[in-house]
Structures are given as C-alpha cells and as structure tokens.
Design a protein around this ligand. Structure first.
Ligand code: FAD
Length: 467
C-alpha cells in the first residue's frame, strides 16, 4: 500500500484550527478523514486509511455495522436480510473473511438432489417445473420455453453480449446499448412481464432498466470458476469483525444531515446537532440515502442528477417459522415462485443443516412497491394471507418472525442500484467523480464488480484517491 503522508493531513495544532473553523462553531471532533457509512465500502475505506496512518472517523446512522449486509442472528437458522450470495471470485471479500478467520461455506439454500424444491404458482395455477415447458401459460417457444421464468433474464440477456470485458459498460462506444431491455429484446408484453415484471431481480419492469446494465451484470458474474458461498453463521460477521478492528473510530447512531466542503476542510453536521471536521470525506451512502443529505457546495449538475435519480430496487423480505411441515401435507415442493404479493417463498435450511428452519418471502418489483406503502403489520399480514391463498396447506402453519423492507429503510432507500435506460451514458462517470474535498464510494460507483464485492472495489478506489 502507498504510504500515507501525515504532512498532507491536519494533525495536532492544525486540527485544533479545524475544531474552531470559520463558522465560529466548535466541532465535537476532527480527524484527517471522515468516512460516512459503515457498510462494506465505508468499513474497508476506514480500515485501509487507518492502516496507512491516517486518523479516521467513521460515522454510521444505524446502531450496527454492515449496512445492506445484515444477518438476523436472533432467528432460527440465522437468515440473511441483505446481501446473501457471495462468489468465490469475490477476491476482496474472501480475503477479509480469511483475515478475520471467518469460514466461508457452500451456499445451499436449496437441496441440490432429490425432488424439485420450487414450483410455479401463476394466475391461480400450480405448475411443477417439469410441466412448465408445455404449459398453456408459457408464452415462449423454442429453447426459452424450456426455461423456468427466473432463468429467462439471464438466458435472454446472456446472448450476444457486446462487451469485450466487464469495464466496457462505461465506455461511450457501447452507449447504443443503453436502451430499455424491452426495446432490446422486442418481446411481447406477456413475455416481458414473465421475464422482468414478476419477481424481478432488477427494477420493476423491462421498460425501466438498461440493457447495458444487464450486459455488465452478466459479464461480471460470468467470470469462470465462481462457486456460490456464504459466511458460516452469517454474512454480517465480516463487517462486525471489521468494525471491531476499528474500535472507537466507528460512531454508531450518528446520521449525517449536511456536508460542507471548503478551503478550511470538510464539516459534517449530524442529526443530533454535532459537528465533525476533517481534511477530506469519503461518502459511501447509496444515492437513495444521500438524497436526503445536504451537500454544500452542490455537486456539478450531472452528479446531482445521478444522486437524485438513480433508481434502487425495492426488496421486502418477510420471515415465517413453519410450525408444521405443510409441504409434506400437499406433496408440493417446499418453495414457491409466485405472481402474488408473497413473491418468491423460499424454504431456508439455515445454519448448514438439512431441516427447513424458515420460510422467507422475497418480494421485489411492483409487489414490493405496494407493500412499502403499507404499515408494516398490514404488509406482513398481506404476505401471510397471500401465501395461504396460493397454498392452502400453509394455513395456520406460519408464525410471523420478521419483516425487513429495504425500500422503506431511510438509510438504504432500496437494495441495490438499477440503472435506467440512458443513465449510464448520462452520468455514471460523473456520479462517482470526486467533488471538492468529497470522494464518493459505495456499490453504485463500482466498475468491475457488483454488490458486496463492488462495495469493496469502490473502497479501494476511494483509498487510492485519498492517498
Ligand atoms: C436484499 C438484498 C440482497 C442482496 N443480495 C446480494 C447478493 O446476493 N450478493 C451481493 O454481492 N450483493 C447483494 N446485495 C447488495 C449488497 O448487499 C450491497 O451492494 C452492499 O452491501 C453495499 O455496500 P455499501 O457499503 O456500498 O453500502 P451500504 O451497505 O448501504 O452502506 C452504507 C451505510 O451508510 C449508512 N448511512 C446511510 N445514510 C447515512 C447518513 N445520513 N449518515 C450516516 N450513515 C448513513 C447506512 O446505514 C449504511 O450502513 C443485496 C442487497 C440487498 C439489500
């Protein structure tokens, strides 16, 4: 790692000057660098800068580290609420797990062998995977007819990927692909609804997501040799260990409300009225949360457009403890892919065991949009009623355990960024450019990797910029 030049940062008497800045008000604390957000991007940035010799303050709005990586440690099987699947190609994340001696295990939420684990519940019909290819509700012919709905986006967008390598999605030469998935595929509306409208992995429909984003996703996940992994006993153990290493440099329950950057340095004001000053700030908030924080001076126009308009996927996860093995009563596979407000209902075998410990509804797209407009108790009751409607054997067998909405979380505002058509070309570069003394990081600023590994990639770039 590049050595950290202490002289470039304000220490000792210099930080005393920072403490009493031009505004006249005294800061509660100061450091060389303030990092905002203790998700993986912020934790990795803070750890690396600390190791390089900088004094760092990491301000986190919530009372726990990890951000969009969250394990529900108190529930049977310790299910994940946020980032779930890792790849053995996640070099940085795997390195952190090794550093903190935290084992990674094969991810096997479903039984690999034996009878099917998942069936389709569509328009009131119960369809086993084997019966799907020739089913009257299947709008496809040819090879796509043989694929279950959840495999359609990957198969369709995987054909004819124009990107020579993953970073090319940011090359203006590929701007012609920054168009709606619907235009690119030319499918019928029923085909688009099935592939991109029901239980979408990204966005809420094929009309509002960029084909270029899909090409990047597929290039990023198509790296050879990737095995699906998860952290033994919970993904959050890794950010927990990173935060423990940082000790009292991390401040929990401290939500930034404004960030000012000027010749004197950076001043962050928080919701509780405190002020923190530093020479630079690294901001790792998703733009969906950053939208509520005032930045002064305002970033350039394209960067602002990005911060204000980059869409985030809505994801709701509702957890139920099965009190009976109702799947043995109706003889259907335990998990369901449905077009109901219960979305996909996964039977989870937690803690590496073979017993089903939890039923989890994973709800995205329009269904999640509706749930996010309801009070939580009402939304949870609707999800349960929907499961019982499509699967009568589940009546009286589900004990509600937890409800997590990422769209309603004020410090997340969604699960992950989903680029709308034209946005990559318009502002992907501008969004992650440094502005005055502010450096932007986080999953949405990554170029090569996505999700968890993307957050860590963005931290490496932020650290390089600071140093
Ligand atoms: C349901 C779900 C499923 C996912 N599945 C996967 C998956 O299978 N594989 C994968 O690789 N990725 C997955 N992801 C994505 C992955 O979890 C994220 O991309 C990654 O964790 C983002 O890290 P980050 O550090 O960029 O942002 P975050 O983790 O969001 O960190 C930002 C931090 O900033 C804090 N914050 C926000 N506002 C303020 C404020 N005003 N002041 C101070 N702090 C603030 C937040 O509380 C948060 O801790 C999933 C995410 C979700 C939600």
């Amino acid at each position: 790692m590049v050595g950290f030049s202490r002289r470039t940062f304000l220490k000792g008497t210099a930080s005393a000057a920072l403490l009493a800045s031009a505004s006249g008000a005294r800061a509660n604390e100061s450091a060389d660098v303030i990092v905002l957000g203790a998700g993986l991007a912020g934790l990795s940035t803070a750890l690396q800068l600390t190791e390089a010799g900088a004094s760092v303050l990491l301000l986190e709005a919530k009372e726990r580290p990890g951000g969009r990586v969250q394990t529900l440690f108190d529930l049977p099987g310790r299910p994940e609420a946020g980032g779930t699947q890792l790849s053995s190609n996640y070099r940085r994340f795997v390195g952190l797990a090794e550093r903190f001696d935290i084992p990674l295990v094969e991810d096997s939420p479903m039984q690999r062998d034996g009878p099917p684990e998942l069936y389709i519940a569509l328009r009131g019909e119960t369809i086993l995977p084997d019966a799907w290819a020739g089913h009257a509700l299947n709008p496809f012919a040819g090879p796509l007819a043989g694929l279950p709905p959840w495999a359609l986006p990957f198969a369709a967008m995987g054909r004819g990927n124009p990107l020579p390598e993953v970073a090319s999605w940011r090359d203006p030469a590929f701007a012609e692909w920054d168009v709606p998935v619907s235009d690119h595929l030319g499918w019928t509306s029923e085909q688009l609804r099935l592939g991109f409208g029901i239980n979408p992995g990204y966005g809420a429909s094929a009309y509002n997501q960029s084909a270029l984003m899909w090409f990047q996703i597929l290039k990023a996940i198509a790296e050879p040799g990737g095995r699906l992994l998860t952290v033994e006993n919970g993904n959050q153990r890794v950010p927990d260990a990173m935060a423990a290493e940082l000790g009292d440099r991390v401040r929990f329950g401290v939500a930034a409300r404004s960030i000012a950057s000027g010749p004197e340095g950076v001043e962050v004001r928080t919701m509780d009225g405190s002020r923190y000053r530093a020479d630079r700030a690294v901001i790792t908030l998703p733009t969906s949360a950053l939208r509520t924080v005032d930045i002064d001076p305002a970033p350039p126009i394209l960067q602002q457009r990005g911060i204000r308009s980059l869409p985030y996927n809505r994801v709701v996860r509702a957890y139920f403890v099965p009190e009976r093995r109702f799947w043995e009563e109706d003889g259907l596979p335990p998990s369901i892919w449905s077009d109901s407000y219960a979305g996909r209902v996964f039977a989870l075998r937690g803690g590496g065991g073979t017993e089903i410990t939890m039923m989890q509804s994973f709800i995205t797209g329009r269904a999640a949009e509706l749930l996010d407009r309801m009070p939580e108790a009402q939304a949870m009751a609707l999800v349960q009623a929907e499961i019982e409607r499509i699967r009568p054997a589940a009546r009286g067998a589900l004990r509600p355990a937890a409800y997590v909405s990422w769209g309603s979380d004020p410090y997340a505002g969604g699960a992950y960024a989903c680029w709308a058509p034209g946005q990559i070309t318009a502002f992907a570069d501008a969004l992650s450019a440094p502005h005055d003394r502010l450096i932007f990081a986080g999953e949405h600023t990554a170029i090569r990797a996505r999700g968890i590994e993307g957050a860590l990639e963005s931290a490496d770039r932020a650290v390089e910029t600071v140093l």
